[in-house]
Each structure stands twice: as C-alpha cells, then as structure tokens.
Design a protein around this ligand. Structure first.
Ligand code: FAD
Length: 325
C-alpha cells in the first residue's frame, strides 16, 4: 500500500545526524512506492538537501527562518505543521532526541494522529506498519500497530540500518515560507551557552567508555579518557558518577540520561543498576570492568573483567595502542 512518508532532518552543530539517514532508509521501505519527503527546518540549511536525496528523499521541503536557528517549540511546530500539510504525509518520522520527543506528541495532537516513541525497529506486515519499541527500561519490547490514518514516530538513533547513499541523486527542493510572528511564539532563545566545547555525540557514538562511582574522582576519568582516545570512543558515565560530581550530567547514560546503542560499551566501575541498564543494555557488545564479581553489570555483559579499573584500564589502553598502531 503506497503511502507518503516525511522525515524531519535532525541537525546538530550545522550537521545532519545519522539518525536522519536511518529514518530516510526506513521511510523508503514504509512508502512502498509512495513519496518520501525530507524536511529541513533551520537557518542556512538548504545546502543539506542533496544529502537527504542521497538517502532516498524524493522531495525536500526547506523552511529557513532566523527564528529556527535554535529549537523554539512553537516555531518548529508551526513550520513542521505547514510542511506536513503541504506534503500530505501520512507517516512522519523524526529522531528520538530532545527535539523529537517534544515535537512529535505536539504535532500528533494537532493532527489527531497516532504516535509511537523511541522505535528501534519498523517492519511491514501486509498493509500494517509494525513499530517495535522498548518497555520496562529496555527489559522487553512491544510491537505496535497504529490504527489511526496518520502516525508520528520518533526513531532511536543507531538502531535502524542506513542504506548506502546514492550520490548521483540531487534534491528536488521546495522552499516553504512560514510566517512566525513574535506573538505566536511563547518562548524565545536569547542566548545559547554551551557547557563544553566539542565532545562526541553519545547517542550516535559507535564505541563508549563509561565510568561510574568506581572511578572515585574527576581525575579517575583520565584513564577512561585515554582508553576512549585510543579507540576513537566517546566517554559516558553513570548517574552515580555525575551525582558525585566526577563529571558533567551531559555524560549521564540511563533512564534519566541518554539512551545509547553503540557497537561496543565498556562499563568501568559501574554496578549495573536497572536505571543505568535502561540506557545501554541494547549495546551490541558490553564489556564490564568491576572489582566486585557479584556486580549486576556482569549479568548483561558479553565480556567481564573482575579487577581494579585503575589497573585494568591502563593495561587495555597500552595493548590497544600496540594493536592499533
Ligand atoms: P555504584 O552503584 O556505587 O557502583 C559503583 C561500582 O564500582 C560498584 O559495583 C563497585 O564494585 C565498583 N568499583 C568501585 N571501585 C572500583 C575499582 N577501583 N575498580 C573497579 N570497580 C570498582 N543511574 C544511571 O546510571 N543513569 C540513570 O539515568 C539513572 N536514573 C535514575 C533514575 C531514578 C528515578 C533513580 C531512583 C535512580 C537513577 N539512577 C540512574 C541511579 C541508579 O539507581 C544507581 O544509583 C547508579 O546507576 C549507580 O551508579 P554507579 O553504578 O556508578 O555507582
């Protein structure tokens, strides 16, 4: 059954995040011969249109406006609603990011449509779209069929496969102008203060080295950072480490932190509380380093090292450097 599917591009630091390409690949499958639309909302974003076409967008709607330079909920909702109405999309996909989590239910309510969050798989069963999403902090998965005529879904990064890009495609661009008068917006961004410069994007990282309360201090993260540098990995943390003030909350992984699905997750000095597992147990390979052989993290680990992280981590880094040189 043909359907029109629209993907809202997820842009961070002026770059398209991979979840956009993963969503477009899924959109191609769901469209089943229908049209795949991309939507670029922001300031100076039109240059990204071809990249959307490389991953399967037949047509790209571009809304450029100074107000859209940062995420302003009302402005994005108005802009996306306009694009959806213009495209006639029946399925709308966006990243399960802070923006997607805010925008999808807002728009679903406006369109009186169904909504499903945090999908990790999507398949066609006959004419039905079956969305898979985790429940009970990742301990189980449900398959969801939305019976409304229209559906909004947020896609967990790093779970759906992205197709190989076809760089011979160029975008068919439709520029949409949207009126965003100040009195239609309830919030404004006056200034954006970045907490720290750089830093890998945890939710899209392929390898994460994560530290818990077992690192014992901010300095205790240094050997973890060295291991991460050797592997080209991002550094994450448990809430225990964040609460203790060893690192910034931006690194927190878990139920109330970031949800990650890297190819390799190395947990150092993390006990494996259920709230932490909720954010990382779907990692493809989990390595746990903990001096307590009874630590619950070993129950989800593919490889476990019982030992002191301050001995094990530097040894690992040294060996990896030899291997990777
Ligand atoms: P601990 O439980 O103290 O574990 C430290 C581990 O380090 C121990 O297993 C110990 O054996 C090991 N260790 C100590 N020294 C060494 C050493 N030298 N070498 C090797 N191992 C060593 N937690 C999260 O992580 N993310 C969340 O999003 C989150 N959300 C929460 C939401 C709610 C509503 C609640 C109630 C809790 C939440 N928590 C979350 C907290 C969670 O319950 C745990 O308290 C927390 O994950 C514990 O962090 P930890 O494993 O670093 O610390």
């Amino acid at each position: 059954m043909e359907r029109n599917v629209l993907v809202l591009a997820d842009i961070r630091n002026d770059k398209l995040r991979n979840v956009t390409f993963e969503s477009l690949t899924a959109a191609r499958k769901l469209a089943d011969g229908g049209t795949v639309y991309g939507a670029l909302l922001g300031k100076n974003v039109s240059g990204m249109a071809d990249a959307l076409a490389h991953y399967g967008a037949d047509q790209v709607f571009v809304v450029e406006n100074d107000v859209l330079a940062n995420y302003v909920p009302d402005a994005f909702a108005i802009a996306l609603e306009t694009v959806i109405r213009e495209s006639g999309a029946e399925v709308v996909l966006m990243a399960h990011s802070a923006i997607g989590r805010d925008l999808a239910p807002k728009l679903a309510a406006r369109f009186e449509a169904g909504q499903v969050s945090d999908i990790v798989d999507v398949q066609m069963e006959g004419d039905k779209i079956v969305f898979t999403r985790p429940i009970y902090a990742g301990k189980a998965f449900t398959k969801n069929v939305i019976t409304d005529d229209m559906v909004f879904a947020t896609v967990r990064p790093n779970n759906l496969p992205a197709a190989e890009p076809d760089t011979s495609c160029s975008a068919n661009v439709t520029t949409v102008s949207v009126d965003l008068p100040a009195d239609s917006l309830r919030t404004f961004i006056k200034e954006v203060v970045k907490k720290s410069a750089g830093g890998a994007d945890l939710s899209e990282a392929k390898i994460i080295v994560s530290g818990g309360r077992g690192v014992k201090s901010a300095d205790g993260f240094k050997p973890l950072q060295e291991l991460a540098d050797a592997l080209g990995a991002a550094v994450g943390a448990s809430r225990g480490a964040c609460d203790a003030g060893y690192c910034d909350y931006a690194l927190q992984i878990g139920q109330t932190g970031k949800v990650v699905t890297p190819d390799l997750y190395i947990a150092c000095g993390i006990s494996g509380a259920i709230q932490h597992l909720a954010g990382m147990s779907n990692s493809k390979v989990i390595v746990a380093i903990n001096k307590d052989p009874e630590a619950p993290i070993f129950k989800v680990a593919d490889y476990g090292i019982v030992g002191d992280l301050f001995e094990v981590v530097p040894l690992l880094t040294e060996e990896l450097k030899k291997l990777l040189c």
